[in-house]
Design a protein around this ligand. Structure first.
Ligand code: UDP
Ligand code: MG
Length: 322
């Protein structure tokens, strides 16, 4: 039996690229359905993440013209990770597997067959991993690569060069629905789910149209979310640094005591001021890091809803089948 596939696409101000995305996906769905790779009940689910342009109107048009294209409209902009999860949770229960991808056609949709093949071989999670990043600007490439390395150093295990182009089977989707965190970092959560996984390599293209919705500030926000949601290593580092500084201070104290006993003068108010400022800086940074964790815990403890769906257009085909 060919599986029912949902392709979930978060979209934020993507009017420039969506018509082309739809065209290519419609063609891809046709070919995969004809080839018996996926069921005719497969769908594309676009998530409008509170866009201010014509994104939602376009999604409505797509739905009117072709019921394989559905959409949900979030009540306001919640960010890529939440939009993606909202889409996946809407798909959950209607499909056998879901592939998440960006709207900008950077992810090669031709490897979807390989995703499905791995799924048919029993994999619940299939990661799309970029072969090389030559299409990204040098800045984007370097910051992104530093991001993966830093994340792993900080103890948040992420798959290298994998963004959010991946397939999740229905069991993985069900497992994902049990993760209720507000500080969402899907690239860390998915490896945490377990099950049989596989990797599919692909070449990442350039953004087809429009501009990146992920400026450096959002990247840093994502990195902070990733680290603080998956690791307490920064807190451990503070403890280690504190212990090291205390140890050095004890040594300095002993040294100055010896110098005083031996009547060797030790002048240097500059050194004194500098060291006080240094310690002050370290203490403030450390308190700040602890504060970030407290803030995150505060956010989680409120258990607020993570998104609201304003409108939903989805023809699951289940009514006519039942
Ligand atoms: N996106 C979103 N909400 C946001 C920012 C981005 O849904 O607040 C979507 C965006 O429309 C795109 C995907 O997330 O489909 C990835 O964004 P983008 O391609 O701009 O990031 P980049 O590839 O430059 O890292
Ligand atoms: Mg992109």
């Amino acid at each position: 039996m060919s599986p029912v596939l949902f392709v979930v696409i978060p979209c934020y101000n993507e009017e420039a690229v969506l018509p082309e995305t739809r065209k290519r996906l419609a063609d891809k769905l046709d070919r995969m359905t004809k080839g018996g790779v996926i069921s005719p009940d497969s769908r594309v689910l676009m998530v409008d993440d509170g866009s201010r342009d014509k994104t939602w109107q376009l999604i409505e048009d797509f739905y009117q013209q072709d019921k394989r294209f559905g959409g949900i409209k979030l009540a306001h902009n919640r960010g890529h990770q939440h939009a993606l999860l909202a889409g996946l949770m809407t798909a959950n229960g209607h499909c056998d597997c879901a592939i998440s991808m960006d709207a900008d056609l950077q992810d090669d949709i031709e490897v979807m067959d390989q995703f499905i093949q791995k799924y048919q071989e029993g994999c619940e999670v299939v990661y799309g991993v970029r072969k090389k990043r030559t299409t990204d600007t040098a800045f984007k490439r370097n910051t992104a690569q530093a991001f993966y390395k830093f994340m792993n150093k900080m103890g948040a295990k992420v798959v290298y060069n994998h963004a959010d182009y991946r397939l999740l089977g229905s069991r993985a989707l069900e497992a994902l629905s049990e993760y209720r965190e507000v500080n969402l970092f899907l690239r860390g959560i998915v490896p945490d789910i377990g099950y049989k996984t596989a990797v599919v390599y692909y070449d990442r293209a350039e953004r087809f149209a429009g501009e990146s919705k992920y400026p450096l500030s959002k990247m840093i926000g994502l990195a902070v979310d990733g680290i603080t949601s998956f690791s307490i290593r920064p807190l451990e580092t503070i403890v280690k640094a504190g212990a090291l500084i205390s140890f050095l201070c004890i040594l300095a104290l002993i040294a100055s005591l010896i110098l005083a006993i031996c009547h060797v003068g030790f002048s240097g108010w500059m050194a004194l001021v500098a060291s006080i400022w240094l310690i002050g800086g370290i203490v403030m940074t450390s308190v700040g890091i602890v504060g970030i964790y407290v803030g995150k815990a505060y956010g989680e403890s409120k258990h607020r809803p993570r998104w609201h769906i304003e409108e939903q257009l989805l023809d699951t085909g289940e009514e006519k089948n039942s």
